[in-house]
Design a protein around this ligand. Structure first.
Ligand SMILES: Nc1ncnc2c1ncn2[C@@H]1O[C@H](COP(=O)(O)OP(=O)(O)OP(=O)(O)O)[C@@H](O)[C@H]1O
Length: 307
């Protein structure tokens, strides 16, 4: 039996990065497997760009280690295994889109055929346009084409849709989705919660240089309070019943006149199951927090515990 598993796309082991007195990344450990699409989510200054810069080999950790496909990041990058779409990746205004791609292709030992890259990044329709005449979305597509040139196994995107309108964002992600389907590993930093939820298999939430949550958006919202509301239709005392199934009194509100029971707990699914199987209620609704609320709650909690 072959027991050699493919190495992780990215292995970050207890990495710390300081700028003078400021610790931008604090003891972060993270493993990203090949084929995963991971969103790095966090407010301004959370350390996302600093972390990605180290994965790209642009800077070195002060402590800890990073491996990309089991190699030093610089080596993986120089061998064409990492493609990056960066926030302010410089483009030359006076070149056309096609000229830009040809020029950068000439800098690489090996690259995909130019027409294939253009097609995959969907820039063919404006290949003869000067960069300075391109819209924000078109420039991002061009950056994406450049990132694809070496056919990298890993794509790093630092806020790739910042400043784009909703349509351009959607188009950009449709292209990215096609690349993810080819088995490419994609890691993107974003401020847009919806983007993280819609396009990533896994969301890594950073705040103040640390990873404070890691999982699917569903996992992240699982522990948050939900509110169950129902009309009570039994002679049994609703509050006593709720307490008997483990709900604490301060989570229960009961309006006698309306016969309306409200329970606020992370555990609403279990309670709803009991209520329905015992035939105690009707008109059940459960309100779940959205991803925006989850994000807000998590970044707030961490602010409170971090001095
Ligand atoms: N070269 C640098 N020199 C000094 N401080 C830096 C440098 N780069 C980043 N920082 C600081 O490190 C912290 C993390 O910044 P970073 O850019 O990694 O955050 P971010 O999560 O990418 O934020 P944003 O979403 O705003 O891009 C910030 O406080 C920032 O000011």
């Amino acid at each position: 039996m072959n027991i050699s598993a493919p190495p992780p796309a990215i292995a970050i082991d207890a990495v710390t990065k300081r700028f003078g007195d400021l610790t931008a990344v604090k003891n972060v450990s993270l493993t990203i497997h090949q084929g995963e699409v991971v969103a790095l989510l966090g407010p301004n200054g959370a350390g996302k760009t600093t972390l990605l810069d180290m994965v790209l080999g642009f800077s070195e950790p002060n402590r800890g280690a990073i491996r990309v496909f089991d190699r030093a990041p610089k080596r993986a990058a120089s061998e064409g295994d990492i493609g990056a779409v960066l926030q302010d990746g410089g483009l030359l205004d006076d070149l056309t889109v096609g000229e830009t791609i040809k020029m950068i292709a000439a800098c690489h030992h090996r690259h995909l055929p130019i027409h294939e890259v253009m097609q995959r990044a969907d820039v063919t329709g404006f290949a003869t346009r000067k960069v300075k005449k391109c819209s924000g979305g078109q420039k991002q597509r061009l950056r994406f084409a450049l990132a694809l040139l070496t056919n990298p196994h890993l794509l790093i995107l630092d806020e790739p849709t910042a400043g784009l309108d909703a349509t351009a964002r959607k188009d950009f992600w449709a292209t990215m989705h096609a690349e993810a389907k080819r088995g490419r590993t994609i890691v993107f930093a974003t401020h847009y919660l919806r983007e993280a939820d819609d396009y990533a298999d896994r969301v890594v939430l950073m705040r103040q240089g640390q990873v404070i949550a890691d999982g699917s958006v569903d996992d992240m919202t699982a522990d948050l309070q939900r509110t169950l509301t129902a009309q009570w239709i039994s002679d049994v005392d609703p509050v006593a019943w709720a307490v008997s199934v483990g709900v604490s009194r301060d989570q229960i509100t009961y309006d006698h006149q309306l016969q309306r029971l409200q329970i606020t707990t992370p555990d609403t699914d279990r309670i709803a199951g009991h209520l329905l199987s015992a035939g105690l209620i009707r008109q059940l609704t459960i309100v779940q927090p959205g991803v925006e609320e989850a994000f807000f709650t998590m970044t707030q909690d961490s602010q409170e515990v971090t001095p």
